[in-house]
Design a protein around this ligand. Structure first.
Ligand SMILES: [Zn+2]
Length: 287
């Protein structure tokens, strides 16, 4: 049983290796359901293994857009150095072996990230590569009838709304083919109210992280967006909410995020927990 769901975490990452049992026991004490998210083949595989060993924890599998190109950067919170090679294509056959596990509830995180372009690379080629790999995973989600977990971020050369426009175009394209019946969520939403409305028109939810506790633009959007379109997530170990900023984030902090939403909307924490949990159960088929 759980009373709130952290719909996007990475508790199976090396960042938690030293004290994972304590982290999970704090999560259970607060009755928090948990989805742990893969970002490439190795971390997708370990997400599935982790979920299979824990009650009320589910997994998603996918290829994060930051891993499609080589940026010469290794995030030690996420992966071991010898597993750090980029995946320039989504290898459908490999991921198809993982998707059949019963604890896999979605495809992602994947999408578009225009914020880190490898040095010297032509921007249009870069964006086309990103769109290609996103398209491959939208089709994969359709093939296995799973909802999608979308990462979408703009950058210096293409603003956030540009990336969101491209992402919506890809989603609309897949829906027009008769796909994506179960739709999905825009993870760590940082767009405008207008963006959220356009995603709602496509049948997509948005998910709110700790950024809501320190970014006025996100707080402003959250006031306007209906709870019925919303879920909550930590994205831990990243994006710790106030007052934990800069520290390693963990699933219990999802309560602070739900509380921040409740305060902004002038409603009770229980209401935010209840509606976002219903949304998560329905989207991912959790029981
Ligand atoms: Zn994430």
């Amino acid at each position: 049983m759980f009373s709130v769901v952290d719909t996007h975490s990475h508790v199976h990452f090396p960042a938690f290796d030293a004290d994972i049992d304590a982290v999970i026991s704090r999560t259970r004490d607060r009755q928090i359901g948990l989805i742990t998210v893969g970002t490439k083949f190795t971390t997708s595989k370990s997400a599935v293994e982790f979920a299979e060993n824990h009650e009320d924890i589910w997994a998603t599998i996918g290829l994060y857009p930051g891993h499609v190109h080589d940026h010469g950067f290794i995030d030690e919170n996420e992966e071991l150095t010898d597993e750090a090679a980029p995946e320039c294509e989504f290898d459908e056959a490999k991921y198809a072996m993982l998707v059949v596990h019963t604890k896999v509830v979605g495809i992602g995180e994947f999408g578009l990230d225009y914020s880190r372009i490898p040095e010297g690379m032509d921007i249009e080629t870069f964006k086309e590569d990103q769109r290609k790999v996103a398209r491959q995973q939208l089709r994969f989600a359709t093939r296995f009838n799973k909802p999608v977990v979308i990462h979408c971020r703009g950058g210096k050369t293409a603003d956030v709304s540009g990336a969101n426009d491209d992402m919506r175009m890809l989603i609309a394209e897949e829906i027009a083919r008769g796909g994506l019946k179960r739709r999905g969520v825009i993870h760590s939403f940082t767009g405008t109210v207008e963006d959220a409305k356009k995603y709602a028109d496509l049948g997509f939810l948005i998910s709110i992280t700790g950024i809501v506790t320190f970014a006025k633009s996100v707080a402003d959007a959250v006031r306007e967006i209906p709870l019925e379109q919303m879920m909550v997530e930590t994205d831990c170990p990243y994006l710790a909410p106030v007052p934990h900023r800069g520290k390693r984030n963990e699933p219990v902090n999802v309560i602070s995020i739900a509380q921040a939403i409740a305060d902004l909307k002038g409603i009770a924490l229980e209401e935010v927990a209840r509606v976002t949990t219903e949304n998560a159960k329905k989207l991912f088929g959790l029981s």
